[in-house]
Design a protein around this ligand. Sequence first.
Ligand code: SF4
Length: 184
Amino acid sequence: MPNELLTKLRDTQSLTEAEYATLIQGYTPELAEKAATYAVAVRKEIYENEVYLRGLIEISNICKNDCLYCGIRKSNQNCERYRLTEEEILSCCEEGYNLGFRTFVLQGGEDGYFTDRVMIPLLYTIKERYPDCAITLSLGERSYKSYESLFDAGADRYLLRHETADRDHYQSLHPSSLSYDIRM
Ligand code: SF4
């Protein structure tokens, strides 16, 4: 059964929740090997052997959250904190562009400084200067309206990590977050 589900996942790119559960529960090293083989075939079909470089700009290591596994969690007293200015971020983009990067990833902790009021003009400026570049943001959880405004200002993609689907565990990691909501 897990074998058929793996083939279905390869062919349709999707399974039902119950099917994912069956697939995971039926894990064997052989099944993992097969999944890796399928993944390599799909990757080759789409990207062949090309390598895509992203210009990663770590704009801040300040974060209001306290994820235990993370080096920049707020309770880590040994972390030397910094936050780039808008000018420094633009200067990184300029250098990256001259080096040949065509995607910029602006990444940071959940730093309250980088509100939409700060990010929107910054995104407009980057897009105006480098219209042939894609912008990815990775700045933690924001409201739906915020994501929409950032997209409208020029952000092409947003990276968000799925840390846990367990509400209690999640809230122990993000005690100040109000935005968590499981939708099935
Ligand atoms: S929200 Fe992200 S940056 Fe902040 S502590 Fe958690 S993992 Fe680290």
